[in-house]
Design a protein around this ligand. Structure first.
Ligand SMILES: Nc1ncnc2c1ncn2[C@@H]1O[C@H](COP(=O)(O)OP(=O)(O)OP(=O)(O)O)[C@@H](O)[C@H]1O
Ligand SMILES: [Mg+2]
Length: 449
């Protein structure tokens, strides 16, 4: 039975119009929860000589914000230019890629002159091609790169926006050269704007390249997608097919995703596909369909993303899963050992299993920082023992999905460390002795009730 009597082709076309689990968003109509960051970029990039750097965890939505901002701020006479770095990239290579893309986007009319020689001379036709391609300086260093980029506002577009994506992939010395380039673009008063994306350290080396570059850079530290943004993606997808989604499943999708938008897209995609190919007509999603889709979503999370979880758990005892699920509990990205043990005992209670004793738990927990366990966890601070984090935050959403599939309920909203207890925690049966004053008060009030 298909959704709304759509054939497979029409269904998939409409599905991938609203859901894009593996492609950055580039239009403001589909970019949810980033209004403030977009506005700030608009204001910042309006200033002469200023560029932007979007930094954040893998998968958090950096490229989407960069590309949407680029389309929004680019002058209407052409498209923005988007290039991506890898570990072999160099300053000159990236500038050449930008220029090639710019050349490909302008209308180069080639004028052809044909000169014919007729008998009694030999029959011969000569054709000459003249083009109005701009002549560009050879790019060999930051100075020539500056000249080449600055020329874009003369032949590509009045206000050229360039996205340099995955800047962190580029070797350190090459990133430093971009610091010099930014300074020179600023000194020249160039109208060309650069938006970089990458992780934090890559910004540091850009700054090292020229210490005054920090004045030329607006920094956007991108956090996970807020809850309203997650709900918007879900709502748009299900409204497209007029399918009802119960509130508790909607909440689960948003919470399991941990704010990493690709997980929201992926779970919604799998639910809608399951509904479309279901034997029964579906107008409302039920829990068993959700679980089936969750299974499909887990299986299709890319190898690269799930690698550390697989390394940590493959061929290892079942309790390793439980320890990792405990680590993925709560809204805190950085967790104290004490809180993790609380989450762990809650999970084994839910599964009605016997918990590991304290020493055994400590030993097994420590192993998760070893290479043979994919180094999935790390110490959160160099100088404060007892605090831990996932090596890459994006894995947490995947681990939450695995826990949910095994019918383990995690608390997505509770901050153990932020002096607040989530509404949901207050309503649950957990008996953790709260640490903070606010939590102590909540417990006190609950007991009084
Ligand atoms: N604000 C948003 N609203 C809706 N969907 C989004 C949003 N941001 C990102 N996405 C979706 O999430 C996925 C990941 O986004 P994106 O590729 O921009 O992340 P990223 O931080 O650049 O990831 P990576 O570090 O892997 O390059 C994409 O499929 C995109 O469609
Ligand atoms: Mg990206």
């Amino acid at each position: 039975m298909t959704i709304a009597q759509l054939d497979n082709f029409d269904f998939l076309e409409r599905l991938h119009n609203v859901l894009k689990p593996s492609k950055p968003i580039d239009s403001i109509e589909q970019l949810w929860g980033r209004k403030k960051q977009l506005q700030e970029l608009e204001v910042a990039l309006h200033a002469d000589g200023r560029h932007a750097f979007i930094l954040g965890d893998r998968g958090v939505g950096k490229s989407s914000l960069a590309q949407t901002a680029a389309h929004l701020l680019q002058s209407s006479d052409n498209q923005p230019i988007i290039v991506s770095c890898d570990y072999t990239s160099t300053l000159t290579g990236i500038i050449s890629a930008i220029l090639n893309e710019a050349l490909a986007s302008i209308d180069i009319s080639e004028r052809s002159h044909k000169i014919a020689f007729k008998p009694p001379l030999l029959s011969f036709e000569f054709s000459e091609q003249l083009s109005n391609k701009p002549s560009l300086p050879e790019v060999i260093d930051p100075l020539t790169a500056t000249m080449a980029l600055d020329s874009l506002s003369k032949w590509h577009s009045e206000k050229t926006i360039i996205v340099i994506d995955e800047f962190d992939q580029m070797p350190d010395d090459q990133r430093k050269a971009f610091g010099v380039l930014l300074k020179q673009l600023g000194d020249k008063g160039s109208k060309v704007k650069l938006i970089f994306t990458g992780i934090g350290q890559s910004l540091d080396s850009l700054m090292d390249g020229h210490l005054s570059s920090f004045r030329q850079l607006h920094q956007v530290k991108l956090d996970v997608l807020p809850w309203d943004g997650r709900f918007k993606i879900i709502e748009t997808a299900f409204n497209e097919f007029n399918i009802k989604l119960p509130e508790d499943i909607r909440y689960k999708i948003a919470g399991l995703s941990d704010g990493f938008p690709s997980y929201v897209h992926l779970i919604c995609e799998k639910i809608l596909v399951a509904a479309h190919f279901s034997d029964d007509p579906i107008t409302e999603i039920n829990f068993s369909l959700f679980l089936q889709a969750l299974d499909d979503a887990i299986n299709s999370v890319s190898e690269i993303l799930r690698k550390s979880y697989d390394q940590a758990t493959d061929g290892k005892p079942e309790y390793i899963h439980h320890i990792l699920w405990a680590m993925a509990d709560s809204a805190d990205l950085i967790r104290s050992y004490e809180h993790i043990t609380f989450s762990y005992s809650d999970i084994v209670n839910q599964l009605e299993l016997e918990a590991l004793d304290e020493d055994k738990f400590k030993k097994e927990f420590a192993k998760l920082r070893n290479k043979s366990y994919g180094c999935i966890l790390k110490r959160a601070f160099d100088n404060r023992p007892g605090w831990f984090a996932f090596r890459e935050n994006v894995i947490r959403g995947f681990i939450r999905m695995c826990a949910e599939k095994s019918n383990v309920q995690l608390d997505f909203e509770r901050y153990f460390t932020a002096h607040t207890a989530s509404a949901r925690t207050v309503g649950t049966q957990r008996k953790y002795q709260p640490l903070t004053e606010v939590e102590r008060n909540v417990e006190y009030l609950k007991r009084k009730d």
